[in-house]
Design a protein around this ligand. Structure first.
Ligand code: FES
Ligand code: FES
Length: 175
């Protein structure tokens, strides 16, 4: 059947079987292989993408269920060549090693910061509790997300405290 959805701001239309999972649609039909597939039981969270801004495990969504919705994958996190603060935070605080969990982890972090710009460590750990990392032990991931919270991009909500023009320099500041 033919389905259409918006992926990283672009409308895509494809003919697929109804049983195709969204994770496979994204990886194999669209060729966006940043979204990973790490289990068969909906536990690991490495397949997380944003659907209408909400994190969803794309291994547990049929592609047809995403028809008409807005999907954002890790490839859509950077804008205009500038890394999202979450991506920069994972660099600054060494929030990744093998990198397999990282796309899903960063998208969940993005969704968290969009609804709660200043989460505490407990709120961060709860937000990423649906996602498994085999490498880092999580502490550096929590610090990476805290780094992003304290370096919001231009135009990003920060409880109304976002100083105009602060973002361009923000990626160069280390804390
Ligand atoms: S691939 Fe493990 S939760 Fe989706
Ligand atoms: S960095 Fe390897 S699984 Fe998280």
């Amino acid at each position: 059947m033919q389905i259409s959805m918006t992926v990283n701001g672009e409308e895509v239309t494809r003919d697929i079987e109804p049983r195709v999972l969204l994770v496979h649609f994204i990886r194999e039909v669209l060729g966006l292989t940043g979204t990973h597939w790490g289990c068969d039981t909906s536990n690991c969270g490495t397949c997380v993408v944003l659907m209408d801004g909400q994190p969803v495990k794309s291994c547990t969504v049929l592609a047809v269920m995403a028809a008409g919705h807005e999907i954002r994958t890790v490839e859509g996190l950077a804008s205009g060549g500038a890394l999202d603060p979450v991506q920069q935070g994972f660099i600054e605080e060494h929030g990744l090693q093998c990198g397999f969990c990282t796309p899903g982890m960063m998208l969940t972090a993005r969704a968290l910061l969009d609804r709660n710009p200043h989460p505490d460590d407990g709120e961060i750990r709860q937000a990423i509790s649906g996602q498994i990392c085999r490498c880092t032990g999580y502490a550096t991931i929590v610090r990476s997300i805290q780094w992003a919270a304290s370096h919001p991009a231009a135009g990003e909500p920060a409880d109304g405290q976002q100083p105009a023009g602060a973002a361009a320099e923000s990626t160069e500041v280390t804390t």
